[in-house]
Design a protein. Structure first.
Length: 185
């Protein structure tokens, strides 16, 4: 009886030690391991809206090929960015009714909740996977519509400071977009 008990104890100890070793081996071989690299050039725009590559670079994963697709209608422009065929980033420039608040837009944005907010200011709300900013259209639209930008990172998150930089650059560029300048009405 004593021999069986020590054999059982030994097999438990070996089993417990094997779990972390297998976990480490799987992590080292996973696609997100540090050996992955970016083989494509980081773009300097989101579907034609200029954004410095340095602002977009932290939001984009490693991969071989990047592509983007623009869609929308008057008052709404969306850009979807894919890497190796997988959607990784979305951006929106959207016109809203007068007096729409930043909170109205932010809390209507998928993945942005009160608990996920990392930074909030008068013009923007940022989490680690989404950001919303009010655009300063200059001159103001005649119809008094509000214009907002949204950037949403799919599948993972980044430092909130990187998301803040991206949304600030995007909102500045959007101030000359058709949604601000009334060229789409």
């Amino acid at each position: 009886m004593q021999v069986r008990h020590s054999h059982f104890l030994l097999s438990r100890v070996v089993g417990l030690l094997a779990v972390p070793a297998v976990g480490l081996a799987m992590t080292a071989c996973s696609p997100g391991a540090s050996s992955a690299k970016r083989e494509y050039a980081v773009p300097s725009s989101l579907c034609g809206t200029p954004v410095p590559a340095s602002a977009l670079e932290p939001l984009l994963p490693a991969g071989k090929k990047i592509s983007s697709r623009k869609s929308g209608s008057p008052g709404y422009a969306r850009c979807q960015v894919s890497v190796d065929g997988q959607l990784v980033l979305s951006s929106i420039i959207e016109r809203w009714q007068p007096r729409t608040t930043l909170s109205n837009v932010a809390f209507g944005t998928y993945g942005l909740t009160a608990a996920s907010i990392k930074m909030e200011a008068q013009r923007f709300i940022v989490s680690e996977s989404a950001a919303v900013e009010r655009v300063d259209c200059n001159p103001k639209r005649k119809d008094a519509a509000e214009v907002f930008t949204v950037i949403r990172k799919h599948h993972d998150s980044v430092d909130a400071a990187a998301m803040e930089k991206a949304i600030a650059e995007f909102a500045d560029a959007a101030s000359t977009s058709a949604e601000c300048t009334e060229k789409d009405t």
